[in-house]
Design a protein around this ligand. Sequence first.
Ligand code: GLU
Length: 295
Amino acid sequence: MSVPPHRPEMVGRFAPSPTGPLHLGNLRTALLAWLQVRAAGGRFLLRFEDLDTGRVRQPAYGSTRDDLYWLGLDWDAEYRQSERIEVYAAALEGLDTYPCTCTRSEIAHSIQDSAGAPHGAEAVYPGTCRGHANRHPDRPAALRWRVPDETVCVSDSWTGADLGQNLRREVGDFVLRRGDGVYAYHLAVVADDAAMGVTDVLRGADLWEAVPRQVALQRALGYPQPCYWHVPLMQDFRGERLAKRGGAPSVQALREGGADPAALRAGLARSLGWEVGEKAELADLLEVFQKSVPG
Ligand code: GLU
């Protein structure tokens, strides 16, 4: 148990996708990211990850902001990825990519047909379009990154876990820009974290396995590597992870229903095993955070 050092150069962020109202799990992650940065005296950013416009819900921008303010969180700058397309286009220029016209079902079939196809593992793109001859000139092309044939090893500062992934074998050449022109999450997140000077990425544990891909992109682009902190996902009473699509109750509904933010802060803290009273102010939580989270 140590007190995190004062690190005014720390930059952290909360990066929600505005696809619907925040649920309690999203809010807990935002709270932890905020506590980490404010405990160190650093800068906190709010970044809307809204590149996939088909999934964006306009009211989610406002309700997310209102939810965060209601809990007492503030931020030093706000961004929308949809307004930063040229940043991703420039990053893409610096990478060795190739056009791919495979459909999902073609990829699934060629994986099934190949001997030794992994069972239950994430589908690894078999590299069909690495050779020009296989491409369909009449179809819109995605751009895939020719991943380096190396094992990328990363570690997590929250859980202490280590992960090594051979990108060529375990991930395959992944898409950086879709056939419809939308830049992929991995590229945008890496380009933005670098451009915004993010030093510490605190986010949900569902993204832990994405770290080797993101670190490989950072290395290829000459970006610094931030420190990673993957926090547990909140579960419902059945032990299933809360999800917007799963109908988890929204923070907006609690807020508009007159819930007490001090009680909610305490509840979120207790769900992490922290010892707090029935109600908690952010100052209380900053104190607990400083005592219980490694710096
Ligand atoms: N936009 C992602 C999400 O809402 C988070 C991305 C990140 O923190 O790297 O799950």
